[in-house]
Design a protein around this ligand. Structure first.
Ligand SMILES: C[S@@+](CC[C@H](N)C(=O)[O-])C[C@H]1O[C@@H](n2cnc3c(N)ncnc32)[C@H](O)[C@@H]1O
Length: 275
């Protein structure tokens, strides 16, 4: 989905969310203190958060398995973020197949940062996570429940020159059009069998210029990869023009413009019952 090296150079705003959530909610995790606990990082991407943030923020543990659907991300993670306590494995969190024996009921704790909003089949994801946790296991995660960026994707999907590349626009941000995203998320968690806490928080991504906005958006735009490379610049220019038309840009003169993108962050803590 992304180019790992570009992503880690442009993810300070995502990292800000992660640090804040860990600071406020890490105390919810039920550590046993045995030093034998196993963690899974769901959608580990380039592995830098797995190694630099999750491993460092955890007490003594046995190890972490980072799972991701992208072979490119996993390759980068294995090359750049290897560690004796971390293993990186391929997994589609929304798989309809039986979860591999090595991952079933194996984890005491799970973390997931900025992943679930890319996955349409939320019921399946939560059921799969339930399968991977041990009884009494828990998870702390965050994802974007809704964002005004979706307005840009939806407008760009209507442009004849780009529509063929954005056909799957309704597959992302699955809670975007829910009347009450909190209820919809909780409903999926109940169906999976979790007890849970779900908090929705209003946030803003602020970019210091049109260029900063374009670069940061390009690395997380899941549709860019469908566009021929020689049209990437034009695709992202049109993306920025639509954002400007939707008044994401401040009114300052062109050289001092900042770009403000509102979004609603979902912070979730889940627990699988003990039995
Ligand atoms: C924005 S990156 C976040 C990476 C990492 N969690 C972090 O905070 O830096 C989102 C990651 O989710 C992964 N992803 C998207 N859909 C997935 C799926 N169905 N199963 C597993 N991983 C998925 C992508 O490949 C990507 O690496």
């Amino acid at each position: 989905m992304y180019q790992a090296d570009l992503y880690i150079r442009n993810n300070d705003l995502q990292r800000r969310d992660i640090y804040k959530v860990l600071h406020n909610s890490m105390n919810l995790i039920k550590w046993t203190g045995t030093g034998e606990e196993m963690i899974v990082d769901l959608g580990c991407g380039s592995g830098d958060v797995t190694k630099d943030v999750i491993l460092r923020s955890s007490p003594k543990i046995k190890g972490i398995v980072g799972v991701d659907i992208s072979s490119d991300m996993l390759k980068f993670a294995r090359d750049q973020n290897s560690h004796e306590q971390i293993e990186y494995k391929h997994l589609n969190l929304a798989t309809k197949h039986k979860i591999d024996q090595n991952l079933r009921g194996k984890f005491d704790h799970a973390f997931s940062f900025h992943v679930f909003h890319w996955i349409k089949d939320q019921k399946r994801v939560f059921k799969n996570i339930y399968t991977m946790l041990k009884p009494g296991g828990d998870m702390l995660g965050l994802f974007v429940a809704s964002t005004d960026v979706m307005l840009i994707y939806e407008k760009q999907a209507m442009m004849p020159k780009w529509s063929k590349y954005l056909q799957r626009v309704s597959d992302i941000f699955p809670y975007q059009h829910c009347e009450d995203p909190q209820v919809a998320i909780e409903d999926n968690l109940n169906q999976a069998g979790f007890s849970h806490m779900v908090k929705l928080e209003k946030r803003e991504f602020i970019y210091s210029s049109r260029e900063h906005f374009k670069t940061s958006m390009a690395v997380i735009n899941p549709f860019v990869k469908n566009v021929p490379e020689d049209q990437h610049e034009e695709f992202m220019d049109d993306f920025a023009d639509i954002a400007e038309g939707l008044h994401f840009f401040s009114d300052h003169d062109q050289h001092n413009q900042i770009v403000i993108v509102p979004y609603i962050l979902a912070v979730i803590y889940l627990r699988k019952p003990d039995f």
